[in-house]
Design a binder for this molecule. Structure first.
Ligand code: COA
Length: 335
């Protein structure tokens, strides 16, 4: 159920990162006026205070393009030089073409092979590992990986169990072969458990339950979640994925200066910190501001961690994610 990777030919670096958050802010106070909830409940149970909501005219690729341009500039890489564009998303612009193709068109990357990855909130690290393998094998030189989701379009805004948790956004990274003074991806790990498909999904809108008037009436096009169960599995799988990636990098938790976990719930992060016996000040948290932005979350956090100086050259960082599927993934990078 899980992949092992290692022994690749050529080391790979993260050359730059970027992000985009839509302008509109939805606060806990706003949600109080929409469903039977309170700022106190949301803050206590999740740590979330605000989230960003994309404009109606903004599709997922619009968010992705803004993050992509930011990452390309940060990396000093031209779009025309990209060999590969991967977009991790569960809210593609349309069934096909892939959202990555729309990004290619918008940024001008004619050489790039473009496709999407569907691994929910774990998608960015799935995409990063794919890009790493393309580059490590010599099949690609420069790759752009984007995590982008417009979850606001698949949320039932009358369901207080889910609508308080999520937001929209995009994060991106440019990968290329490592050099002596660059960063280097030291390890990667991923896994899935399709037996747990029902605890987090959007049942309608695909070939199983097409969007008929009846299915739309039953809101089958929106996210369904068994919160407590998801919580339990999130803690378990993120814990073991964190340990696995650290192990594969030949390190211990003490060697990691910055832990960048999926930004789903502050209590999940605090539990992981406690179990790893790592103090919370070594964990990067921005869910207070953005909620859970699905595939974008860890990518946005990575961008903010490195631009704010929280992650410095030579530091070891751990990214660890978890999502519907179930899916999970982790990676250690020497920055
Ligand atoms: N406002 C007020 N009350 C709410 C509420 C809200 N927004 N959402 C749920 N409640 C209520 C429930 O109805 C329940 O009421 P009841 O006891 O009368 O039935 C009560 O709060 C407790 O619900 P419970 O589900 O036990 O709360 P919890 O402490 O587990 O927190 C989550 C709920 C959803 C915040 C938490 O389970 C969670 O974060 N799960 C993981 C979700 C996740 O990360 N999903 C994405 C993964 S990528």
């Amino acid at each position: 159920m899980s992949t092992k990777s290692g022994g690749l030919i050529r080391p790979v670096a993260i050359a730059g990162t970027g992000k985009y958050l839509p302008e509109k802010v939805l606060t806990n106070e706003d949600l109080q006026r929409m469903v039977d909830t309170s700022d106190e409940w949301i803050t206590e149970r999740t740590g979330i205070k605000r989230r960003r909501i994309a404009a109606e005219h903004e599709a997922t690729s619009d968010l992705a393009v803004r993050a992509a341009l930011d990452a390309l500039e940060n990396a000093g890489v031209a779009a025309a030089d990209l060999d590969l564009i991967i977009v991790a998303t569960v809210t593609p612009d349309m069934a096909f073409p892939a959202t990555a193709c729309f990004v290619q068109k918008a940024i001008g990357a004619p050489k790039a092979t473009c496709f999407d990855v569907s691994a929910a909130c774990a998608g960015f690290l799935y995409g990063m590992e794919l890009a790493r393998q393309f580059i490590a094998s010599g099949a690609a030189q420069k790759a752009l990986v984007i995590g982008a989701d417009k979850l606001s379009g698949i949320i039932d805004w009358t369901d207080r169990n889910t609508c308080v948790l999520f937001g929209d956004g995009a994060g991106a990274a440019v990968l290329q072969p490592a050099t002596e003074d660059s960063s280097e991806i030291l390890s990667a790990y991923s896994g899935s458990n399709g037996n747990l498909d029902e605890i987090l999904n959007v049942p309608g809108g695909g070939s199983r339950l097409p969007l008929t008037a009846e299915n739309l009436g039953a809101k089958l096009n929106t996210m369904k979640m068994a919160g407590r169960e998801v919580y339990r599995h999130a803690v378990q799988t993120m814990m073991s994925a964190a340990r696995e990636a650290i192990d594969r990098a030949g390190l211990t938790p003490d060697d990691i200066s910055c832990f960048i976990p999926h930004q789903a719930n502050l209590r999940i992060i605090e539990t992981i910190a406690q179990k790893l016996q790592v103090s919370m000040d070594r964990f990067f948290v921005n869910l207070t501001e953005y909620g859970n932005t699905s595939a974008a979350a860890v990518a946005i956090a990575l961008d903010e961690a490195q631009r704010s100086g929280r992650v410095k050259r030579g530091d070891h960082i751990l990214m660890v994610v978890f999502g519907g599927g179930l899916t999970w993934a982790s990676s250690v990078v020497r920055w």
